[in-house]
Design a protein around this ligand. Structure first.
Ligand code: PEP
Ligand code: MN
Length: 338
């Protein structure tokens, strides 16, 4: 971090700043020019409140030259992190497909969809039990019963499962869940992230609707700083001025994240677009951009789905999508897990 000091700074304030920075365990490299003094901070600057320094009378400007996230930073961990979910590897050249209904609706529905997506090539079954709905009058999910159904499907069909947690008090119910999903709306629920950091379950962290890439990585950092390194990121579209699609898929986030972090990155083209017919082109584009996998909503009867029917693929559409993805994967040097 570099701090540019204004001309003729108040000596006492300058001494206080130096003392404070040293008190944080950092060294200072001072460079005094004719008009400006530049302080280079040496050490772990992630503990420094950049805005606080910027607000000081004697400070002209502050520039971070090192990212505030450490555990998630590729600079400190050049190798790709590989998250192992019941033998299915996320990251490091492996490609995974997570598929299933938006919401768990009944045992028959989940088992039928699970069998279909597994046969088509999905390795992990998704299904929401606790649903974050904009309206309190909309279907809220089957909650505990939904988790029970997911568990039945997991054992009957033989696939690991992922489902969203909305409140840390529900954590004991997630015992049989293989990946815990943190949805867009909870990306910055820091207390939830800290508690999930204490678990040893893989966490799929979706991008917040208006979150910058750095804010998203800082949320991953919340989980990792508590000791849980098994974090998978999921780009699910961000809110922009464009109303045609439900969200705007930020494809460039994928190669950017590949530079910044070693964590696996998936894409959810279903929530990104809100439209089933856009899921195929956005999936192919995500593969091309370097995604390590996809999370896709599939329903056996989308027209009657209790949630997100418009963006859900039918099983045969999912099957077709997998066939096309397989054609693309060699181009990006990835292999689909089976
Ligand atoms: C979901 O995957 O069920 C979901 C609610 O997604 P998001 O948090 O991305 O909106
Ligand atoms: Mn959904």
């Amino acid at each position: 971090m570099i701090i540019v000091i204004k001309n003729n700074p108040d000596k006492k304030q300058m001494d206080n700043l130096v003392k404070w920075i040293k008190g944080l365990g950092l060294d200072i490299h001072m460079s005094k020019g004719d008009n400006t003094t530049i302080m280079g901070l040496i050490g772990d600057t992630s503990v420094v409140d950049e805005d606080l320094i910027r607000s000081l009378d004697i400070v002209e400007s502050v520039k971070r030259i090192q990212e505030p996230y450490k555990n998630a930073n590729r600079k400190f961990h050049p190798e790709d992190t590989i998250v192992n979910v019941d033998g299915h590897l996320f990251g490091g050249g492996h490609f995974q497909l997570i598929a299933g209904p938006c919401s768990v609706e009944s045992e028959e529905q989940v088992i039928a969809v699970a069998k279909a997506v597994k046969a088509a090539g999905a390795t992990v079954l998704r299904g929401g039990a606790f649903k974050p709905r904009t309206s309190p009058y909309a279907f809220q999910g089957l909650r505990e019963e939904g988790l029970r159904i997911l568990s039945v499907a997991k054992h009957e069909v033989g696939m690991p499962v992922i489902t969203e947690i909305m409140d840390i008090k529900h954590l004991p119910l997630f015992e049989d869940v293989d990946i815990i999903q943190v949805g867009a709306r909870n990306m910055q629920n820091f207390e939830l992230l800290k508690e999930l950091g204490k678990t040893r379950k893989p966490i799929l962290l979706k991008r917040g609707m208006a979150a910058t890439i750095e804010e998203w990585l800082m949320s991953a950092e919340y989980i990792m700083s508590e000791g849980n390194m098994d974090v998978i990121l999921c780009e699910r579209g961000i809110r922009t001025f464009e109303p045609y699609t439900r969200n705007t898929l930020d494809l460039s986030a994928i190669p950017v994240l590949k530079e910044l972090t070693h964590l696996p990155i998936l894409v959810d083209p279903s929530h990104a677009s809100g439209l089933a017919r856009l899921v195929l082109p956005l999936s192919l584009a995500s593969v091309g951009a370097g995604a390590d996998g996809l999370e896709i909503e599939v329903h056996n009867d989308p027209v009657h789905a209790l949630c997100d029917g418009a963006q859900s693929l039918r099983p045969e559409q999912f099957e077709d999508l997998v066939r096309r993805i397989d054609v693309m994967l060699p181009v990006v040097g990835k292999e689909r897990d089976k």
